[in-house]
Design a protein around this ligand. Structure first.
Ligand code: ADP
Ligand code: MG
Length: 845
């Protein structure tokens, strides 16, 4: 089979269309907007609107209606943007397929598959079109996606495979007979279109926070209504207070702000080659305390080249540039002859690998290690015969692959999996040790020069072997891995290297990149204790190397560490890594080299397979978590300042008039507060983000509560109440009197201004939980600058643009009033700086 020609494939693609499922029609934006107007809080506020109208307060009624609509539009805009961001992330997810075209295997975008293509599948691939099996070797397909049946099926030549299923084992060539909308999957997808993903843990936690606050608000509101009635106020007035208190406290804008800030973080991560598959993974990433990383491709470049070959007849050095098929070998002639024989077998075991020249370089196609073997054969000028053969592809448990052809059996794989199958192996152990010590990956190649009759099943084929030799492969470490590892250490994140490779090779690489910890712990998968707690204790060190690990070991390691209280990030790329990736808090798959199965089980996909990208994503996750708490603190502080006038009014039995009106509370919530909160959500990671462990746990913890309710909120409240009372007093009002309307309006305007200005200071104070504004400075977040400018402009409008001052009940302050209101800025900053100084002393920094 030679497959289609590229020209024919292009023509069919043009005629039949792309191999993609028809886009599920999202819900209409207007419908989404409507949803924002009729959720629980909105309904609560609509009820208030109606009641206010019935109670004869049309202005309040309209004002609340405006709040609901503005809030809804705002929430809609944020969620819409977040949705679009998530959609873009999905589009970035790599989807590739290997096809035979123009007589050679090629990797193409899965969307470019056409009917008539010869699709080459191997373990871990997602089948991306329907087709008929042409040839199959140890081929098993997991159809659970389509049928719910969890036992893999074994389609043979002539049988069908369907898009959406996964290759569990083996390989096959498939003739594509339906693509895109014509596949069986498309029919099913149309049925399941409506399914919405379940809410994330973060969303649930936030929802709880919002619910508790809202219900508290409602209860307080009702309480105030009672107090007002007791004080002998008319019911309408009491109602007004109740609504004011409730509206002041309900954090209706919080959820969309959080969603948007997660979406923004996800986008930032994507631009750094880290693709999160669920938005809340952003937050979990930030909380990571233990990274289990593999070696090949993540810490190293996965650019393999054979540099040394050991044979029983002597050692040969191989020279050449990258994957260039032209190179030289040097060693004793007898050894070179033996290496030729070895290269024949090794090449047979890697039939799919080859090199292609593009952009003036030799590029590998297929598994880099197999390509390196292919290049070795080319450099020795050997041409592997490719007669009819049975293949038993590599699997990470057996750790070898084999081919049976007319001449016998050829096996390539990890030395410890092959040597036991060989009769003579003197000198091999020493040779392995020497190669591995240099950080070389060692492969053994063996052969049985005759067929034995029954070669069905690898158990029968892979026996009675003759060792041809050992291949030492060089795979250089990635250049900036050492820096990323160091930054994990300052962040208090522990690291372990988990690899299927030889312990000595693993150790050498761990040393080269600076991963190996002080206790130099190098373990092997088959020596790990069976007991979960014992395993957890053993591994709970920084810089552990675990070699010869199977996918099952990975799963046990993830679970054991989680039981030690760790938030575990685990990388994986193989077909059997799915369970470990799912079990880990953050499963990380490789976008460039990993299998589709691993990618679909992962929470994070590294588009560049780079360890440094994991660390960059963790940093962004941490920054986002901090941002969410920043604007939570900002919001809650405002609530304290808004609620205080109502409490004082109630506690004084009405002897102290209300400092701010309900409408002013609404103006604060919806007018001046929105943008700074958003801007705080866009705060960038700084040099403190990766310093020390992250205090994780719930969003609202002691620090948030202490700062909002103990420091910032009271400072702001005191300043605005003081400004209010001083203006009243200077205007002639005395305790217990009812102030004159004009005086009250100016005093209210002053209190209102004090809160807005206090919030301005608060926004800057919230940029850090430990450093005062004198340290953080006011630069570094341009959005916050704009937000504050906007906040001041809106303040001006509320104070000066008729009829707003009359409607809100707050007139522009007098010059002295301005001074009093301005004093809120230094007051908030001072309170903040003082509490941070005390905090620093307490934790001794
Ligand atoms: P790593 O953690 O370094 O990616 P793997 O689990 O992929 O290790 O591989 C484990 C061992 O199996 C390797 O050291 C190598 O000896 C052998 N091996 C890996 N890939 C192949 C292959 N395609 N064919 C034969 N043997 C292989
Ligand atoms: Mg590997």
């Amino acid at each position: 089979m030679t497959g289609l020609t590229s020209a024919e494939a292009a023509r069919r693609l043009h005629d039949d269309g792309a191999n993609t499922l028809p886009k599920t029609k999202g819900r209409h934006p207007l419908l989404l907007l409507l949803e924002q107007l009729i959720h629980f809080f909105a309904l609560m506020l609509w009820a208030a609107t109606a009641l206010a109208y019935i109670a004869g307060m049309p202005v309040l009624s309209v004002a609340i209606a405006i709040v609901v609509v503005l809030n809804g539009v705002f929430a809609f805009a944020q969620e819409y943007r977040a949705d679009r961001a998530a959609q873009r992330l999905r589009d970035l997810m790599p989807a590739r397929a290997t096809v035979r075209r123009d007589g050679a295997p090629q990797v193409v975008d899965a969307s470019e598959l056409v009917v008539g293509d010869e699709l080459l599948l191997e373990a871990g691939d997602r089948v991306c079109a329907d087709g008929e099996v042409l040839t199959a070797a140890g081929f098993a397909v997991d159809e659970s996606m389509l049928t719910g049946e969890s036992v893999p099926v074994h389609p043979v030549a002539g049988e069908l495979v369907h898009a959406g299923t996964h290759v569990a084992e083996g390989e096959a060539a498939v003739l594509v007979n339906a693509t895109g909308p014509h596949t069986k999957l498309a029919g099913i997808a149309a049925l399941t279109q409506e399914a919405k993903p379940p809410p994330s843990p973060l969303a649930l936690q936030l929802h709880k926070v919002v619910m508790v606050v809202a219900l508290t608000a409602l209860a307080v509101g009702v309480l105030f209504f009672g107090v007002a009635l007791l004080l002998g106020l008319p019911a309408t007035q009491g109602f007004l207070f109740a609504v004011g208190v409730t509206v002041a406290l309900v954090p209706e804008g919080l959820l969309p702000t959080v969603t948007l800030s997660l979406a923004r973080a996800a986008q930032n991560m994507a631009s750094q080659h880290a693709l999160v598959r669920r938005l809340d993974a952003v937050e979990t990433l930030g909380a990571t305390t233990f990274i289990c990383t593999d070696k090949t491709g993540t810490l190293t470049r996965n650019e393999m080249s054979v540099v040394k070959v050991w044979t029983p007849a002597g050692e040969v050095a191989v020279h050449g540039d990258g994957y260039d098929p032209v190179g030289t070998v040097d060693g004793p002639p007898a050894a070179v002859d033996q290496v030729r024989a070895l290269a024949v077998s090794a090449k047979l075991c890697s039939p799919k690998a080859h090199v292609r020249r593009s952009e003036d370089r030799w590029q590998p196609v297929g598994d880099p290690m197999e390509v390196a073997l292919h290049v070795l054969a080319a450099r020795l000028d050997v041409d592997g015969p490719s007669a009819d053969s049975i293949r038993y592809p590599f699997d990470p448990r057996r750790r070898r692959s084999s081919v049976v052809d007319a001449d016998g059996v050829h096996v390539t794989g990890a030395p410890d999996s092959i040597l036991p199958l060989c009769a003579a192996r003197s000198g091999a152990a020493e040779a392995i040790a020497a190669l591995a010590k240099d950080g070389l990956r060692v492969l053994a190649v063996a052969r049985r020069p005759a067929r034995a009759g029954d070669e069905s099943g690898w158990q029968h084929a892979e026996r009675d072997l003759e060792l041809l030799g050992l291949v030492g492969l060089h795979d250089p470490p990635r250049h900036d891995v050492a820096g990323a590892i160091a930054s994990c250490r300052t962040a208090g994140i522990k690291l372990a290297m988990i690899t299927g490779d030889h312990p000595v090779t693993a150790r050498a690489i761990a040393e080269q990149v600076g991963l190996l910890g002080p206790d130099q712990l190098v373990l092997q998968g088959d020596q790990l204790p069976a007991d979960r707690d014992e395993l957890g204790r053993l591994l709970d060190h920084d810089g552990v190397v675990i070699a010869r690990v199977t996918p099952e070991d990975k799963l046990r390691i993830a679970v054991a560490l989680q039981h030690r209280g760790h938030v575990v990030a685990m990388t994986g790329d193989g077909v059997n890594d799915g369970p470990a990736l799912r079990a880990a808090d953050i499963g990380i798959a490789m976008g460039a080299s990993g299998t589709d199965v691993a990618r679909e089980a992962a929470d994070l996909v590294l588009l560049d397979d780079h360890f440094g990208t994991i660390v960059a994503a963790i940093e962004l996750g941490r920054a986002t978590f901090a941002n969410i708490r920043r604007f939570l603190t900002y919001h809650l502080t405002d609530n304290v300042a808004e609620l205080t006038p109502f409490v004082i009014w109630a506690l004084s039995g009405g002897s102290i008039p209300l400092a701010i009106s309900v409408l002013q509370v609404l103006a604060l919530d919806i007018g001046t507060d929105l943008l700074p909160a958003l801007a705080l959500g866009a705060e960038r990671p700084n040099e403190h983000t990766m310093r020390g462990k992250l205090r994780t746990g719930s969003l609202i913890d002691k620090t948030v509560v202490r700062r909002a309710f103990g420091v910032l909120g009271p400072a702001e409240a005191v300043m605005s109440m003081a400004a209010f009372l001083i203006v009243l007093h200077l205007g002639g009002w005395r305790f217990g009197q009812t102030p004159d309307t004009a005086l009250l309006a100016v005093a209210s305007g002053t209190a209102f201004t004090a809160i807005v200005l206090g919030q301005l200071a608060n926004a800057y104070a919230c940029r850090s939980v430990s450093r005062p504004v004198t340290k953080t400075g006011v630069r570094g977040n341009r959005l916050l600058g704009y937000a504050v400018a906007f906040e001041l402009a809106v303040l001006g409008i509320f104070l000066f643009l008729p009829p707003l001052p009359d409607l809100l009940g707050g007139h522009a302050p007098s010059p002295l009033g301005w001074l009093l209101a301005l004093a809120a800025i230094p007051a908030v900053l001072l309170a903040d700086a003082a509490s941070k100084a005390v905090g620093r002393r307490l934790i001794g920094r």
